[in-house]
Design a protein around this ligand. Structure first.
Ligand SMILES: Cc1ncc(COP(=O)(O)O)c(C=O)c1O
Length: 408
């Protein structure tokens, strides 16, 4: 029998890690519902929904069926010059859901953000404006490719590692967003924000006002407002889109993660008819981007099934119930000495600690007590599938509580 962990240690470079890994790696054998089964037989209740993607839990029969059916007819076909039913149905669904009719399918969240940035630059160029900088927010996270890193928080991300290779952009705090847009209106191609919740850059939850300010000024100066809904989209904050909390419609939306219910890698960028028409009717004419696996039929089919499943479920009620349990359970942690703050919205619960030395100990405690969680820095957070039972969610919150109490 092969020793998975031994092979892993020799050849497999894990995300945000060294080779061999500096931290414990667990070998997973299978998944179902909210459960991760390890090769050694241990079962873990999942507090992470595979980095916010498995919104229906694991191995949902409807999603597996969609995948199997599609695999039997056409697993993949190039998208240049060809189209197919799963892709056009998906674009129609995304257009209806977002109110943005022009859809570009991409293969990961980061790629969809790259496409969004390129679209904004092309839009400006088509209008005769040669601008390529973006306004982005401190604590932002938009992905790990170079263009995306260029709009991630300059201090807590990887700017120091890649230096001048990264595009130079303009950063501000949320409270200064309006003033920054006004000051730099002639120099920027677009404004990019995570709506309501800033995820991997700090798990911060914001008042929706900044989105309204950005909307108003971006309309006034004809600057595309890009809402990166990769983490917040498909109901994670209790509404379909983070932007719904502010009642605004951005000019460009990026989605990923929950799009296929976490089954296949897929993302998309949606934009307005004005933007796609302006580019298409200009001398530029085309969007110069075309991933090999763009519009992959397996991913499109499972995304269609996942969206239908979501829309035909009582997801709002389920996410509200999760929010209520997080609110009640996290409040009791505030009295602990090591806790700086707790906050939550929708299916997202966050505990911020006073220092950043405990992440690994907390993770080990949780795994030893049957819960999978991946704290980073000062942040212990959980984002759960909407199908989680109360019992499973209480198991997660109680285990986090005990892990923190064990540190006192
Ligand atoms: C807001 C946001 N944008 C972009 C990304 C990048 O997506 P991916 O990891 O699929 O490339 C992420 C991933 O965590 C994200 O949270």
């Amino acid at each position: 029998m092969i020793d998975i962990l031994e092979l892993d240690n020799q050849h497999t470079w894990h995300p945000y890690n060294s080779l061999p890994s500096k931290t414990t790696i667990l070998a997973v054998k299978e998944t179902y519902g909210q459960t991760i089964v390890l090769e050694d037989g241990r079962k873990l209740t999942d507090a992470m929904s595979s980095w916010w993607s498995a919104i229906h839990g694991y191995n949902h029969p409807i999603l597996i069926q969609a995948l199997e059916t599609q695999a039997n007819t056409m697993p993949h076909i190039m998208f240049g010059g060809l189209t197919h039913k799963p892709a056009v149905e998906l674009c129609k669904k995304l257009a209806n859901l977002s109110g943005l009719p022009s859809v570009f399918l991409a293969d990961s969240g980061s790629v969809s953000v790259e496409v969004a940035l390129k679209t904004a630059i092309l839009y400006q160029k088509a209008k005769g404006k040669n601008v390529s900088k973006f306004i982005a927010l401190n604590n932002a996270y938009h992905g790990d490719t170079l263009g995306c890193m260029g709009v991630c928080d300059p201090k807590n991300s990887m700017h120091s590692l890649y230096g001048e290779y990264l595009p130079q952009n303009i950063f501000c705090d949320i409270t200064d967003l309006g003033e920054t847009i006004t000051n730099y209106k002639d120099e920027v191609a677009g404004v990019i924000v995570e709506p309501i919740v800033q995820g991997a850059g700090g798990m911060k939850i914001h008042n929706p006002k900044y989105l309204q300010v950005a909307r108003e000024l971006c309309t006034k100066y004809d600057i595309p407002l890009i809402a990166d809904e990769i983490a917040t989209g498909f109901g994670h904050t209790g509404k379909m889109w983070g932007c719904d909390h502010a009642n605004i419609k951005p000019d460009i939306i990026t989605v990923g993660k929950g799009l296929t219910g976490g089954v296949m890698t897929m993302a998309a960028m949606m934009t307005t008819k004005n933007i796609s028409d302006t580019i298409s009717s200009s001398d530029i004419g085309v969007i110069m981007h075309g991933p090999t696996f763009m519009g992959n039929p397996l991913a499109c089919s499972v995304a269609n099934a996942s969206i239908d499943l979501l829309l035909h479920s009582s997801w709002e009620q389920k996410v509200k119930n999760i929010e209520n349990i997080f609110t009640q359970e996290l409040a009791s942690l505030q009295k602990l000495n090591i806790v700086q703050d707790t906050r939550n919205i929708g299916a997202i619960g966050v505990v911020e600690l006073k220092d950043d030395t405990h992440a690994q100990t907390i993770q080990e405690y949780c795994v030893n007590n049957g819960v999978w969680i991946r704290p980073f820095g000062k942040l212990v957070y959980s984002i759960v599938a909407y199908t989680i039972s109360d019992e499973e969610l209480y198991k997660i919150t109680n285990t986090i509580k005990k892990a923190l109490e064990s540190l006192k």
